[in-house]
Each structure stands twice: as structure tokens, then as C-alpha cells.
Write a protein that binds this ligand. Structure first.
Ligand code: ADP
Length: 162
């Protein structure tokens, strides 16, 4: 039976929605590797190192979780760490089309790896890192959406950029 699951993403920054998915995955798999993608889009607000640090802090009380980074194809990285399952989060129907395409592409590239979708608690189903970056830049209170240390890091980052 498969024990290791890989949860790949941009995590720019990690939100309570991501953390909710990681907690659910913990109930199913004995080892979860959360991996920050280097190449998912061009200009992330946080560096890979900063995103890794925030994820490590967010999962520090979760012994089954390892935080890493990867470059290139997610299925190749899954093979490298011997993960047979990719975890993805499904929020709204709007996630479905992209996630469906990606899951089927990954299946074509690596038929031995299965993608499993988990749904977050309803209160996180509209939450995205992009939304956090946008409302954060307008000064919104982010305490319901991200851990305190992420909110602080985002404020510092936005202040430096201004
Ligand atoms: P985003 O920038 O959209 O927040 P990531 O690339 O970091 O997303 O997402 C990694 C994975 O986590 C994707 O499968 C995405 O659908 C999922 N995810 C992101 N936010 C949430 C959320 N609020 N609830 C559930 N899954 C989520």
C-alpha cells in the first residue's frame, strides 16, 4: 500500500486552505511531502526559501509532514521520493478544469501515480494565495485566512515593495 503522498504547489504564501488540506491528508497517509515548485509562475512575491520557511513553521507540529522544494516535472519528483499519490485541493468548480487537465496529463506521463483531490472546509473554499496577496496589499485584516506569522511576513514584504 502507498504510504507517501506528495502535495505540490506554489504556496505563495501558505494559507489556512493549504493547511486544512495537509491536515486532512495526514489522516490518510503516513508520510506527506509538501513541495514548493520552483517554476509554477514567473514572479512569486516570496522566494522559495521564504515559502519553505513559512510552510515549515505552519507544519511544525505535524510529524508526518516534510517540507521540500522541486524543479521540473512533478511526476519525476514523485518518482524520486517514491510517492505514488499526488494530493491536490479542490475549492470551487473553477479549479476543476485546470486540475482535471493536469491530473490527466500527469497520468499520461506517469501511469503509476494517482492524483487524489481533497476538499477543504467550506470556510476555505474561496481562499487562494492570489486573493491573499491582493487583499493584503490593500490593507485587509488577514487573520481569518493565514497564520499570524504569514500575515506579518506579507505585511513586511509589501512594505518593502512599496
Ligand atoms: P493557490 O495559489 O491557488 O492558492 P497553489 O499553487 O499554492 O495555489 O496550490 C496548491 C494546491 O493547493 C492546488 O491543488 C490548489 O487547488 C490547492 N489549494 C489552494 N488553496 C486552497 C484552499 N483554500 N483550499 C483547498 N485547496 C487549496
Amino acid at each position: 500500500m502507498c504510504q507517501i503522498a506528495l502535495y505540490p504547489g506554489t504556496f505563495d504564501p501558505v494559507t489556512n486552505g493549504h493547511i486544512d488540506i495537509i491536515k486532512r491528508a495526514q489522516e490518510i497517509f503516513s508520510e506527506i511531502t509538501v513541495a514548493v515548485a520552483h517554476n509554477s509562475y514567473k514572479e512569486p512575491i516570496f522566494s522559495v526559501k521564504e515559502r519553505l520557511e513559512m510552510l515549515k513553521q505552519a507544519t511544525k507540529d505535524m510529524p508526518a509532514v516534510t517540507v521540500t522544494e522541486f524543479d521540473g516535472l512533478v511526476v519525476e519528483y514523485a518518482h524520486k521520493i517514491k510517492a505514488k499519490v499526488l494530493i491536490r485541493g479542490l475549492r470551487m468548480l473553477s479549479d476543476f478544469e485546470y486540475e482535471f487537465q493536469m491530473a490527466l496529463t500527469n497520468r499520461k506521463l506517469a501511469p503509476d501515480i494517482e492524483t487524489i483531490f481533497l476538499m477543504p472546509h467550506e470556510s476555505y473554499s474561496y481562499l487562494s494565495a492570489k486573493l491573499i496577496r491582493e487583499v493584503g496589499s490593500l490593507g485587509a485584516d488577514l487573520s481569518a485566512f493565514v497564520p499570524d506569522f504569514v500575515e506579518k511576513a506579507l505585511r513586511d514584504k509589501l512594505r518593502k515593495k512599496a
